[in-house]
Design a protein around this ligand. Structure first.
Ligand SMILES: [Zn+2]
Length: 332
C-alpha cells in the first residue's frame, strides 16, 4: 500500500472531533454530568435522523468544554489524528457563540485553540488556522456582536469566518451585515449552504455574502444553471461524504452526488465535517470513495490537489504542498 495522499482538510468543526473517550475524561475533570453513562452510552446516542438530531447530541457533549486546557487538548488531539490521516493543512471551524452561551470566557476559547494550533505546527508539522463559525440559528444580531468583539480582542488568531448549524429557515441573506464586517476586516469567508437547504441558499451565499468557498453544496446539483456557474467560477465545494450518509442527508454512499459533481467538473474537496460523530476522519473519507465508489488514484489525487488550491494559504506554502502531492502520487 502506498503512503497516504497529502491533503488539506477545509471543513472540520473542532467540537465535532471530541471523541467519546475525551468527552468522558473532560466530564470527570470538570465535574459535568453527561446525558449518558460512559463511552458506550455516548456512542449509543450517535444515531441521527437529519442535521438537527445530530446537533442536539453535539451540543449536549459540548458542555464538557470549560477551560483553556480543554480546548487545547481537544484541538491538539484532532491535529494528531489529522496528521495520521495525511492532512498537511487544516482550516478549523469553532463555535465561539455556543461556548460563550455556556459561560466560557472568550479568552479561554481563543487561548486554548491558538496554543494548540501553534504546537501542532511546531510538533506535528501540520499547518493549521482557525475559522470563527457563526451559529446561524442564534440569529444575526448576536453573530454581529460576537464577531466585532472577537475582532477587537483576537483578530490575529483567526483567518476567516464560516456559517453553520441548523440550515433550514436560516438563509444566508440574514447574515449580510456579519459578512460585510468580516470582508472589511480582510477575513476569509465560507458558508454552509446546500446541505439540507435548497440551491437558492448557495446563490445567496455567493451573491450576498461573498462566499469564497461553499461548505457542502451538494444540493446545488439540483440546479443546472447553478452547476454551470460553480464550474465557470471554480467555486470550491467542501464536500463531506461520510457525514452526509451518517446524518441521513443522502441515503447511502452509493447514492451520493459526489461522482456526478466530479463529472460536472466542479472543484470538489473531501472533508470529515464532524469526524468523531460521523464515522471517520479525512483519509477514512478518501478510502470510502476508493473502496465503495471505485474512485481511481488519479481522481483522488485531483481531489487532494483541489484541497490545496482551495485552502487559504500563501503561494509558497501552497506550491510546497502541491509539489509534495505530485511526488507522493508518483510514488503511490
Ligand atoms: Zn459542517
Amino acid at each position: 500500500m502506498g503512503r497516504l495522499l497529502p491533503k488539506a482538510e477545509l471543513h472540520v468543526h473542532i467540537e465535532g472531533t471530541l471523541e467519546p473517550e475525551l468527552v468522558v475524561g473532560l466530564a470527570r475533570r470538570n465535574g459535568v454530568t453527561l446525558p449518558a453513562d460512559g463511552v458506550d452510552g455516548l456512542r449509543a446516542r450517535y444515531r441521527f435522523e437529519g442535521l438537527q438530531s445530530f446537533l442536539d447530541v453535539l451540543n449536549a457533549n459540548m458542555a464538557v468544554l470549560r477551560t483553556e486546557r480543554d480546548f487545547y487538548d481537544m484541538t491538539l488531539g484532532y491535529l494528531r489524528r489529522a496528521r495520521d490521516n495525511g492532512v498537511r493543512r487544516a482550516e478549523i471551524f469553532f463555535d465561539l457563540q455556543a461556548h460563550l452561551a455556556r459561560g466560557v470566557p472568550m479568552d479561554a476559547v481563543f487561548d486554548g485553540l491558538a496554543a494548540a494550533v501553534a504546537d501542532g505546527e511546531r510538533e506535528l508539522g501540520v499547518s493549521a488556522a482557525l475559522l470563527l463559525c457563526i451559529v446561524r440559528d442564534r440569529g444575526p444580531e448576536e453573530a454581529e456582536r460576537v464577531l466585532r468583539e472577537a475582532i477587537r480582542r483576537h483578530r490575529d488568531r483567526f483567518i476567516g469566518i464560516g456559517l453553520a448549524s441548523a440550515e433550514l429557515g436560516h438563509p444566508p441573506s440574514l447574515f449580510r451585515e456579519v459578512y460585510a464586517i468580516a470582508a472589511a476586516e480582510g477575513l476569509r469567508r465560507t458558508v454552509h449552504a446546500g446541505e439540507e437547504g435548497p440551491p437558492g441558499y448557495v446563490r445567496e451565499a455567493l451573491d450576498l455574502l461573498g462566499a469564497e468557498r461553499i461548505d457542502h453544496g451538494i444540493r446545488a446539483m439540483e440546479d443546472p444553471d447553478l452547476v454551470a456557474r460553480l464550474r465557470a467560477e471554480r467555486v470550491p465545494l467542501t464536500v463531506c461524504p461520510l457525514s452526509n450518509v451518517r446524518l441521513g442527508i443522502v441515503p447511502s454512499l452509493r447514492e451520493h452526488p459526489l461522482p456526478a459533481m466530479l463529472r460536472a467538473n466542479l472543484m470538489v474537496t473531501v472533508n470529515s465535517d464532524n469526524p468523531a460523530y460521523v464515522g471517520g476522519y479525512a483519509e477514512d473519507n478518501y478510502r470510502a470513495l476508493r473502496d465503495e465508489l471505485g474512485l481511481d488514484p488519479t481522481t483522488l489525487a485531483t481531489i487532494a490537489a483541489n484541497s490545496f488550491d482551495a485552502a487559504f494559504l500563501d503561494p509558497e506554502t501552497r506550491a510546497r504542498f502541491q509539489a509534495e502531492l505530485r511526488t507522493g502520487a508518483a510514488n503511490g
